[in-house]
Design a protein around this ligand. Structure first.
Ligand SMILES: [Cu+2]
Length: 405
């Protein structure tokens, strides 16, 4: 069995991870604000844009949620996510600026309820092709180093998935249960990047909630998880972290050995497809997504995991939490010299808050892994979630600090 991969947690160790980057000598283009702002109105059934056209360059979106469910908004180039605003509560608006430098059509989506593929619309961008607003050179350098880490992490994910899938195909389900948490960790550490592949991410990491009550095929890690940990009567219910009655009924009917072997093969195929994508020489992701990544990873836990929704069948949630925290800390490790230079106090707070969260997670270790999340009491969950919220608030300052010149 492979060892789980841990990042150092002390400030000194973080310093050791980071590489010193020479100061940029070239001047950078000043950031111009968005020339056009499109008003997006998201309801439970519609995604309206006004206007639906824009000129090449920085394009702003003001997303207003007039629906009754929490919504999200995405901008795509092909199947890649260029930008997103998450977690917009009913009655609230969110803002986003994306650089649409090439003329053409782009797809956008509102995602009421934060599940499924969302309500899609297209926008038309016209004008001459522009060059992207440059980020400071040290940020671009940090991103390059991080891309190398992402490639390594996906290579590790592939190797771990081979072993996991092999255990399933051999019918060694005890082994598969043992490997489930550690295998997912490689994915969870790079979640904002993995999620930017909007076609592959659902295939690999979708939940039952994304299947529209079983109308869409349930694939990936969580499908296999449901087979390995069949829902028990006391786990069925409608609350977050519970298995819905429809889900449990579907499990009874659809989770045959044959189906799960098929799902295991597909999982490996999709993980390999992800590896092919990130190994491409021109693989990159938007610098905005990179600098927002530390917060995005922490918010994964806060917004959609803390009630145990992610691993509702196995209760291995703490593996995912730890991996999201490690992934965030890895990103901060790359950005650390830049933050330290531009706002040393902020770096101190970040380091301290990571230490606190790691200490809290360490208390929940058991054997080579973590305690089952259903055994973690409400008070402990609340305390953990308060620490996560505090770190998220601190990390929200990172993009502006690192992008300032
Ligand atoms: Cu996930």
């Amino acid at each position: 069995m492979r060892d789980t991969f841990r990042f150092p947690t002390t400030a000194a160790a973080l310093g050791a991870v980071a590489v010193v980057v020479p100061l940029a000598l070239t001047g950078c283009v000043a950031k111009d604000s968005a020339a056009t702002t499109l008003a997006v109105t998201s309801t439970d059934t519609e995604c309206n844009l006004d206007p639906t056209t824009a000129a090449t360059g920085s394009v702003g979106f003001k997303v207003t949620n007039n629906g009754s469910k929490v919504t999200e908004f995405y901008v795509f180039e092909g199947s890649r996510v260029l930008g997103e605003v998450e977690n917009i509560a009913p009655g609230v608006s969110g803002k986003l600026t994306v650089e649409l430098v090439k003329p053409g059509t782009y797809e956008v989506a509102c995602k009421p309820g934060m599940v499924g593929t969302g309500i899609r619309q297209t926008i038309t961008v016209t004008g001459e092709e522009k060059t992207k607003n440059e980020a400071p050179a040290d940020v671009e350098q940090a991103k390059k180093r991080y891309l190398a880490f992402v490639r390594q992490e996906v290579a590790n994910l592939e190797a771990a998935t081979v072993t996991f899938v092999d255990a399933i195909k051999r019918g060694d389900y005890d082994k598969a249960r043992e490997l489930f948490g550690p295998t997912r960790s490689y994915y969870e550490r790079i979640e904002p990047v993995a999620e930017s592949f909007s076609d592959l991410d659902p295939k690999i990491d979708m939940r039952w909630d994304d299947t529209a009550d079983g109308t869409e095929r349930f694939t990936g890690f969580h499908r296999i998880e449901r087979y390995l940990w069949p829902p028990k009567a006391d786990e069925i219910g409608d609350a977050d972290g519970k298995v819905s009655p429809a889900d449990a009924a579907n499990a009874k009917k659809a989770d045959t050995t044959e189906e799960i072997h098929k799902a295991a093969d597909e999982l490996l195929t999709n993980v390999r497809a992800l590896k092919t994508e990130v190994d491409k020489p021109d693989f990159t992701f938007d610098t905005q997504l990179f600098v927002q990544g530390p917060k995005a990873l922490i918010d994964e836990i806060a917004k959609t995991k803390v009630a145990g929704e992610e691993d509702r069948y196995s209760h291995t949630d703490l593996w995912d939490f730890a991996a999201n925290v490690e992934g965030s800390q890895r990103l901060i490790g790359e950005l650390q010299p830049i933050i330290k230079k531009r706002d040393p106090k902020l770096m101190e707070t970040i380091t301290k808050q990571f230490d606190e969260i790691n200490a809290a997670i360490d208390k929940l270790r058991e054997g080579t892994g973590y305690v089952s999340y259903d055994k973690v009491d409400e008070a402990t969950r609340k305390a953990l979630s308060a620490k996560i919220d505090a770190l998220s608030a601190t990390l929200s300052k990172v993009p502006a600090v690192v992008m300032s010149k």
